[in-house]
Design a binder for this molecule. Structure first.
Ligand code: AMP
Length: 436
């Protein structure tokens, strides 16, 4: 019997993991520079957290959550996104009283029951940053700047940032009225979801992807015209600082985003390489979220991006990654050579070198092919003679140069770490010598 993968849930095989590690490494480095610390939250939460946090009427909550009862009948859900869990973690730790200002980042799998297609999966991975505890527009700008810097460090171009302000809950009423007035004649010909949204939350209509609704959405009034003085001032401060930093954006006054917790600033980074699922990341301010999940009024701002989409764009643009190199391959000849080789390899690994040996008892020719496939920097062939003499030839694979080394692990370690490196790094780059 064989098992199929669960639809929309993918394996990430080692060939692809290198891309993921590149992205994760860049995110960790950038987060350190921006002073965002990592938080890890559970994959499962009480369903209520998402219903209250993300919003009862959102697609994510009504259609896309994986919900199941636990053994005692309590309703649990696989997290469809990270921000609600982050808000819950903040409250669980009591930070609202002890240390209300926090800057965090996270990486991890999310789950949404969507129709799978390129760039859209049922298990996908998000990276995200969240800054909690300040209303200052500089934080909105910092979060956007982080997103732009991340893309520039990954060498991703062809991007555009859509920006809007959807104001505060008080601005919503007049805006909802304006939207209802706009859609009143056309709502009968729009999709069933939009007809429901028309009554409950007309803002959500702007997020509809149904083709029949698009012509009516195009002429709808934009939210920026309905901002109160405070929200308008906040938005002007955000755009002013973005201009000052030279970060480009295009105001799209009908951008609303799919989750109910957003207030004021919302934004989305779009890639021209992604086809129909073109949103690389999205975020904004969520000043009411902590309150809606049971805490005091504490503002927040952040974004989340899809790892799969980022990796797709990178692969599209770069085609191939430099393959990882191992430091040394030890080929063993005969029983004595193989046994001594295995012991040597173990010691060298403990000293910090990346070393491999053939585990399938194969002939020398096959072992050398493996050394080439692993892109080894150096090769040692160990036979009975070498074991008896306690020395062997160390071959540098790129130049073909050979010289005699002692088989004492420290001597090999020193020979490798002193050797010039052909790929332009300073030092040998092995974990052991720490000069990477
Ligand atoms: P959201 O949490 O809906 O604001 O989405 C933020 C980002 O997560 C999007 O811009 C995508 O890059 C990514 N994303 C959302 N849903 C999916 C999905 N089903 N599959 C892959 N990536 C997704």
């Amino acid at each position: 019997m064989s098992y199929d993968r669960v639809r929309g849930m993918n394996d990430i095989l080692p060939e692809d993991v290198a891309w993921w590690q590149l992205v994760e490494h860049t995110i960790r480095g950038l987060s350190r520079r921006y002073n965002y610390r990592e938080i890890r939250v559970p994959i499962v939460e009480h369903t209520d957290l998402f219903t209250r946090g993300i919003g009862e009427g959102t697609e994510v909550v009504t259609k896309q959550m994986f919900v199941f009862p636990d053994q005692k009948g309590r309703s649990l859900a696989l997290r469809p996104e990270g921000t609600a869990s982050v808000a819950r973690a903040y409250l669980s730790a009591g930070l609202q009283t002890t240390a209300p200002f926090q800057k965090w980042y996270y990486l991890g799998p999310m789950f949404r029951y969507e129709k799978p297609q390129k760039g859209r999966y049922r298990q996908f991975h998000q990276y995200g940053i969240e800054a909690l505890g300040s209303l200052d527009p500089s934080l909105d700008v910092e979060v956007i700047a982080y997103a732009w810097t991340l893309m520039s460090e990954l060498g991703i171009g062809g991007l555009s940032l859509r920006l809007n302000s959807i104001g505060c809950p008080e601005d919503r009423e007049p805006y909802h009225e304006a939207l209802r007035a706009h859609f009143s004649d056309s709502i009968g010909s729009m999709c069933a979801d939009c007809q429901r949204r028309y009554e409950d939350n007309p803002l959500r209509i702007l997020d509809c992807k149904q083709p029949q609704c698009q012509p009516h959405i195009e002429g709808a009034p934009g939210s920026a015209e309905y901002l109160c003085d405070d929200c308008a001032e906040h938005f002007a401060a955000v755009t002013g600082m973005l201009d000052r930093l030279g970060l480009s954006y295009a105001i799209d006054s009908r951008l609303v985003r799919g989750l109910d917790y957003y207030t004021r600033t919302v934004f989305e980074l779009i890639s021209e390489d992604l086809g129909s699922q073109d949103s690389l990341l999205g975020g904004g301010r969520y000043d009411g979220l902590i309150e809606s999940v049971g805490g005091p009024s504490i503002p927040g701002v952040g974004f989340a991006g899809g790892m799969e989409r980022l990796v797709l764009v990178l692969q599209e643009r770069e085609k191939a990654l430099e393959p990882d190199r191992i430091d040394l391959f030890v080929a063993g000849l005969g029983d004595a050579g193989r046994k001594a080789g295995f012991a040597l390899v173990e010691t060298l690994r403990r000293l910090g070198l990346a070393v491999e040996i053939d585990h399938r008892g194969r002939a020398l020719r096959k072992q050398l092919t493996l050394a080439n496939n692993l892109n080894a920097r150096f090769l040692i062939v160990l036979g009975e003679d070498e074991v008896t003499a306690g020395t062997a030839k160390l071959k540098e694979m790129d130049s073909g140069e050979e010289h005699e080394v002692s088989l004492a692990p420290e001597a090999i370690f020193a020979a490798l770490c002193d050797a010039p490196v052909s790929d332009g790094r300073d030092g040998c780059g092995c974990e052991g010598c720490g000069s990477s």
